[in-house]
Design a protein around this ligand. Structure first.
Ligand code: ATP
Length: 359
């Protein structure tokens, strides 16, 4: 087949394999006859570490590097740790090794979706938070200096990462506007009133904004953003922020969406991208067949849209959109809901409902 893509698949730990299997079946179903997705299994994670002493084998890293895109479910188990007590999280190693600077966290609330917000009649929320994912306050992660009396971590903001990050944000706003999903606006979320590093961040954002006269640009302080995400989340389109601020705000976003079972994500760099649900490996429900596969399926839909955009294949972009719409249709109908959404449907029942909604 002319359009054929290698996808590195990290099945991961806990519920990881349970939500990955139906997602791959759905991907094959939508791709049938139009393009081929070849899955390359990439063993990694906490269980793998417990068995072999390696959390991210070189061969899996190589498979990720060589792939057209990377699908990852969830990795890490609370009881399996490195000797220094830190968690096994190869997904963070991948982010660093492949310089995946743009953490894309869509926040959507559609009709029928449980949310702690009091939305009025048919009101929906649809914005994207972009979290820089390689530097910021995570720069000294694992290397902070701690003495008896004080502790230090360093925040790093670089031009080399910030400029492509902001370009990515404006390009995304443009694509969303073209697809009728947003007004075409990017908000820089920072703390430029207090820290010089964030004034520098904002300066580079403003410079990029001048190159996109068709897209509105504004700024917000991170504390006010937390408030507005709850008070008027519909006013955002694309937001872009530093690593730690994004870490916190993306969990707030997942909370607004009614929990982790519906929150997809992508970590995108210049040459590689990882697509994975926001949730972890949920060891408390692993092996029971009750995990909600929707966040994994929505992440796979983002992968189709990204691959389609990158390789100029409109059918792939359309399929990503179809897959997302099918998940939203199942949520709106409300007949088939997994336990986290207040229902009793199992993983395969939810996946079957999504497949039926595709037709
Ligand atoms: P990590 O630190 O690895 O991201 P976490 O602390 O965020 O993990 P999760 O593994 O995401 O924890 O689980 C948090 C809670 O959400 C658990 O009770 C888990 O069962 C539930 N949960 C997470 N993902 C799903 C899912 N796909 N379907 C149903 N419940 C889920």
């Amino acid at each position: 087949m002319q359009n054929s893509f290698n996808i590195a698949v990290f099945q991961g730990d806990g519920i990881g394999p349970e939500i990955m299997a139906p997602t791959l079946t759905l991907l094959d179903h939508v791709a049938a006859g139009k393009y081929a997705l070849n899955y390359v299994d990439a063993p990694a994670g906490a269980a793998h570490y417990a068995r072999t002493g390696e959390s991210l084998p070189a061969a899996s890293m190589e498979a990720a590097r060589a792939a057209d895109a990377i699908l990852l479910s969830a990795m890490g188990l609370p009881d399996v740790r490195y000797p220094d007590g830190t968690e096994i999280s190869p997904q963070i190693d991948l982010r660093k090794a492949l310089t995946l600077f743009a953490g894309v966290r869509p926040v959507t609330i559609r009709p029928g979706q449980p949310t702690p917000l009091a939305l009025t009649g048919g009101q929906t929320v649809d914005f994207v938070l972009i979290r820089e994912s390689t530097e910021g306050l995570f720069h000294t992660q694992g290397r902070g200096e701690v003495t008896q009396d004080e502790a230090r971590e360093t925040l790093l903001i670089t031009r080399a990462i910030s400029e492509p990050l902001f370009k990515f944000a404006f390009d995304l706003a443009k694509a969303r506007k073209a697809a009728g999903r947003g007004p075409g606006k990017v908000t820089c979320v920072d703390k430029a009133n207090v820290f010089r590093a964030f004034a520098f961040f904002r300066e580079m954002f403003d410079a990029e904004a001048t190159k996109h006269p068709d897209i509105a640009a504004d700024h917000a302080y991170v504390d006010a953003t937390a408030l507005w995400m709850v008070e008027r989340p519909w006013s955002f389109d694309v937001m872009v922020t530093e690593n730690m601020f994004g870490d916190i705000l993306s969990d707030l976003g997942a909370g607004l969406m009614g929990g982790l079972g519906l929150a997809p994500s992508a970590d995108i760099g210049a040459d590689h991208a990882v697509f994975q649900p926001c949730h972890g490996s949920a060891p408390d429900i692993a092996g029971q067949g009750v995990a909600n596969p929707m966040a994994m399926i929505l992440s796979a839909a983002m992968m189709l849209e990204w691959l389609g955009g990158r390789h100029d294949i409109p059918a792939m972009i359309a399929d990503g959109d179809r897959l997302r719409a099918a998940v939203e249709a199942v949520i709106a109908a409300g007949h088939v809901a997994s336990r986290d959404l207040g229902g009793s449907a199992g993983t395969s029942e939810v996946a079957d409902a999504v497949r039926a909604a595709l037709a």
